[in-house]
Write a protein that binds this ligand. Structure first.
Ligand code: SAM
Ligand code: SF4
Length: 330
């Protein structure tokens, strides 16, 4: 396996912006059953105008042109297509979205028309009952319809995310992978992270990427590692199903194969804080950017916040993680 070295250019930061902490689901690995106050509170959410101002200054000062919108559940924001369109208008031309897919059949076409480039849809099982249990109330048919709608709307690529949990949905890895390959989508298997609700049963539920590969091989799948681009968290493998269909799947393995060295991710919460790392609860206030008198000053404020955030990337793994994944968007 050979490596592609990480970039040093500021414009290559992978920025993830949470547009809301609200979510209609309570996935067992992400949120407590009762939710958290943050999952209901809209009062602290940045407005459309504030988000556009923040990203506008980031783009103008650092040339950042790629952004991923996440949550909570981003489709709970009714202004999401307008937001995508406004972000496009700033000159950011690679806009991705991560969603649980429950409302995607309704919004896929509007999002594509607004200029959304790519989408990742979370799908933890092909068994409706397991899906309902893991997501605490999610309807599998809705997420499947959302994936179909995203493909029909021309969003490309459509990638699927599956968090694999021992004793819960581990038996479904082959079915979800078969479905992804049949659609021509890449499925990414995510290792559980000991963050938020994911930390409470981490010891019992952690299922490593190698455990997934072993299970797939035992079920007759062929797997061949592809070269790893260190800028990406996912390590891709070529896959051949037992029926002979071919595709690609990815493994995101923060515990068994950490990727901190090449990490260029920056995370912005829906209430305007910047995090350099989700394994450390160290945040930097972006309100000075929003309150700046002009774009030049806003760029300076961004420089200060970014400098602090990059320093916080040197932390020890999961020593003091963020309180919940839904506040930062994974
Ligand atoms: N609600 C959207 C969704 O579920 O796709 C976007 C936000 S969610 C926080 C983003 C991603 O983080 C999802 O793919 C989810 O599966 C993943 N995630 C949440 N908690 C996690 C945990 N403890 N470990 C690993 N992945 C997690
Ligand atoms: Fe909601 Fe996404 Fe967290 Fe599930 S993973 S509770 S869908 S924010």
């Amino acid at each position: 396996m050979h490596f592609i070295p990480p970039p040093v250019l500021a414009r290559d930061y992978a920025v993830r912006l949470s547009v809301t902490e609200r979510c209609q689901l309570r996935c067992t690995y992400c949120m407590p059953e009762k939710g958290c106050s943050c999952a209901r509170d809209t009062t602290r959410e940045m407005s459309h105008r504030e988000i556009v101002r923040l990203l506008g200054a980031l783009h103008a000062r650092f040339g950042v042109r790629r952004i991923r919108l996440t949550g909570g559940e981003p489709l709970l924001r009714r202004d999401l297509p307008d937001l995508v369109s406004a972000i496009r208008g700033l000159g950011l031309d690679d806009i991705a979205l991560t969603t649980n897919g429950q409302l995607l059949a309704r919004d896929a076409q509007a999002l594509a028309s607004a200029g959304l480039s790519r989408i990742n849809v979370s799908i933890d099982s092909m068994d409706a009952e397991v899906f309902r249990r893991v997501t605490r109330g999610g309807v599998l048919a809705r997420t499947l319809a959302g994936i179909d709608a995203a493909l029909a709307a021309g969003l490309a690529p459509v990638k699927l995310n599956m968090v694999v949990l021992r004793g819960s949905n581990e038996q479904d890895v082959a079915a979800v992978l078969r479905h992804a390959v049949s659609l021509g989508c890449e499925l990414r298997f995510l290792e559980l992270m000991p963050i938020g609700a994911g930390g409470t049963r981490f010891g019992e539920e952690f299922f490593s990427s190698e455990d997934v590969r072993e299970r797939l091989r035992a079920e007759g799948f062929g797997l061949e590692a592809l070269p790893w681009d260190m800028r990406e968290t996912s390590r891709d493998w070529r896959v051949t199903t037992p029926e002979g269909a071919q595709g690609v799947c990815g493994f995101i393995s923060p515990t068994s194969q950490p990727f901190c060295d090449g990490c260029r991710r920056l995370r912005i919460t829906s209430d305007g804080w910047l995090y350099g790392c989700l394994a450390r609860d160290v945040k930097h206030d972006l309100s000075p950017v929003l309150e700046a008198a002009n774009q030049l000053e806003a760029g300076d404020r961004w420089s200060e916040a970014l400098g602090q955030a990059l320093l916080s990337k040197q932390g020890e793994k999961y020593r003091d993680p963020i309180p919940t994944m839904s506040m930062i968007g994974g």
